[in-house]
Write a protein of this length. Structure first.
Length: 158
């Protein structure tokens, strides 16, 4: 089966200091394939203080609108994403900030935009840290397109 180049990449950006190799890998692929590149940062819903939590309430209740924290976080994230978008030459409409659970939202956006390759970092956790699920694992488990998992070291760099 003949396989063409990837046409639309989705880069999942977490703004962590050791995430540079993930961005660099996406930059290389984007240049090599001449693909479209969409950037995505996901904000997990902000948890209200315990006193605002009705009994039996689920864990992902957003703060009331008037507190405005979520709005500020959205703006801050958008500004951080714009810095990366400017560096990579990504169109403003392809710089997305969404609220949700990270793995699920990456999957949903990949389907929404018709991405054929998702680029994420893998922190290569070991020992005790292996007990926790990582975003890359969540994405690998449920995505319907290809995933490039860029291996990252804990301390920084690839
Ligand atoms: P982690 O789950 O911390 O091991 O993160 C692995 C990779 O998942 C990161 O390098 C990013 O590519 C992606 N990722 C983690 N958190 C987010 C987030 N909040 N928004 C978008 N991508 C993320």
């Amino acid at each position: 089966m003949a396989m063409g180049n990837y046409k639309h990449l989705l880069l999942a950006v977490d703004f962590e200091p050791n995430g540079a190799p993930v961005i660099e890998r996406a930059r290389q692929l984007y240049a090599q394939f001449g693909s479209r590149l969409t950037l995505l940062h996901v904000l997990e819903p902000v948890m209200p203080p315990q006193e605002y939590m009705p009994l039996g309430c689920g864990a992902e209740l957003p703060l009331p609108d008037d507190i405005g924290l979520e709005h500020e976080l959205l703006e801050l994230s958008q500004r951080q994403l714009d810095v990366i978008g400017d560096e990579l030459g990504v169109a403003p409409e392809d710089r997305l900030v969404r609220i949700g659970s990270t793995g699920h939202t990456i999957d949903a956006v990949a389907a929404e935009i018709g991405a054929d390759l998702v680029v994420v970092g893998s922190h290569g956790r070991h020992g005790f840290m292996r007990l926790f699920g990582s975003t890359s694992k969540a994405v690998l488990g449920s995505l319907t397109c290809d995933v490039l998992c860029v291996k990252l070291s804990e301390g920084g760099g690839a």
